[in-house]
Design a protein around this ligand. Structure first.
Ligand code: CTP
Length: 390
């Protein structure tokens, strides 16, 4: 996976910088070409010559002393992957806010390659609200974080903040470069639909959209072109093209314009909507209204009915056993059905975890343990890629 890949190793100033020499070594052993860029503080902890001897080329340490006119953009364009290890609080803050005041920070801003950061700092600094904010910002930009882990820190302290080990970073880098869905379009529907009763009120459900957004993120991380049709106000997953909708009808209209290779229907779509939404806000003084409902379009069915060669994944959020979901998988003509019992603890609407069971069209079931929604999404996308022979 790393063989022949061009990796830029960014080193910022912490005692863990000594481990970056080992990391450079491991990357080279895995077959990568490695170039190094260092911050001024990093050079207080480890010499540029160490990396020069290991990698065969001099690290970039200064934007103005280098013979190249624009060394940071040159390095940024050369990179297929950038790994920052250790990533100090200051380097993370620079990246979060786009401050390009040293060679590493400028390279990070100039590159379009995926960026992996291995933070290392004291527990207090890691837990500071400013660092929390900065980590959220860089994650929202699509950068990937490994660690930090608990262990011994500088000065004999013990706590969370230890940088990931070189071997762990190498393994993580391999997963970042693993893009089995490259060249494919993935459609994801997410969130609960809102069916208008009047200009103010709607019939809705408890779906948060977290599962669907996690799937969109997992597909984009694997190189897919992602079209996410969502009712949720959650932030757009990095790399996904987002269509914000409210009702089943709007969701259908957005889906009709998309021509995917893979379609994942994670949305909780209302089965019925008010036949007539009131023009004006319903008033208490008019007494309790009688609601006349009509069916909504079945969005999943409309995509299956296209007859195109689309790999279709359905979701079945149920409140009972798996039998109904098995029957649904067969009836709906999906390639995979993801069932979850929304009443089970740690599963279903609004939670960050999910316990799902994968159902094959022939009714075979595979019960997964309780996992984070991000992990469920990753595993699901790996399985879909696998089924498509990727
Ligand atoms: N679905 C859809 N459009 C609808 C209803 C459902 O795209 N109008 C999709 C959901 O996103 C999900 C799958 O179909 O992937 C199953 O949804 P579910 O509501 O569980 O099934 P229904 O077809 O509504 O069947 P039932 O009411 O019997 O549960």
């Amino acid at each position: 996976m790393l063989s022949g890949r061009r990796v830029v190793l960014g080193v910022s100033g912490g005692v863990a910088a000594y481990k970056s020499a080992y990391l450079a070594r491991r990357l080279l052993e895995a077959g990568a070409e490695v170039r190094v860029v260092m911050t001024p503080a990093a050079q207080r902890f480890i010499g540029a010559q160490t990396f020069a001897s290991l990698t065969g080329s001099h690290p970039l340490t200064d934007l103005f002393e280098d013979p190249s006119v624009s060394p940071h953009t040159e390095l940024a364009r050369w990179a297929e992957l950038v790994i920052v290890a250790p990533a100090t609080a200051a380097t993370i803050a620079r990246l979060a806010h786009g401050i390009a005041d040293n060679a590493l920070a400028a390279t990070l801003l100039a590159t379009r390659a995926p960026v992996v950061l291995a933070p290392a700092m004291h527990t207090e600094m890691w837990e500071h609200p400013a660092t929390r904010r900065n980590i959220s910002l860089i994650e929202a930009d699509g950068h990937r974080i490994i660690g930090p882990f608990s262990g011994e820190l500088a000065g004999g302290d013990v706590g969370i903040g230890r940088v990931a080990e070189p071997e762990e970073i190498v393994e993580f880098a391999k997963t970042v470069l693993h893009r089995p869905l490259e060249g494919l379009t993935v459609l994801v529907t997410a969130g609960g639909t809102r069916e208008a009763l009047d200009p103010v009120r709607y019939l809705g459900n408890r779906s948060s959209g977290k599962m669907g957004h996690a799937i969109a993120a997992a597909a984009a991380q694997r190189g897919a072109h992602v079209e996410l049709v969502t009712t949720s106000s959650l932030p757009a997953p990095p790399g996904a093209n987002v269509h914000r909708v409210e009702s089943a009808q709007e969701m259908l209209e957005a889906v009709e314009k998309i021509h995917p290779d893979i379609a994942v229907f994670a949305a909780a779509v209302a089965d019925f909507r008010p036949a007539q939404a009131a023009q004006d806000k319903l008033s208490r003084s008019d007494g309790p209204p009688t609601l006349v409902l009509e069916p909504t379009p079945d969005i999943l069915a409309s995509v299956v009915a296209r007859g195109d060669d689309i790999f279709v994944v359905g979701f079945a959020a149920e409140t009972g056993g798996v039998e109904r979901a098995i029957e649904k998988a067969k009836r709906k003509g999906v390639d995979l059905m993801v069932y979850n019992d929304v009443t089970a603890p740690g599963s279903g609407f609004g939670t960050d975890t999910n316990q799902v069971t994968l159902i094959e069209p022939d009714g075979t079931v595979d019960r997964w343990p309780q996992l984070s929604k991000a992990e469920v999404a990753s595993r699901l996308m790996e399985i879909v890629a696998n089924r498509l022979g990727r």
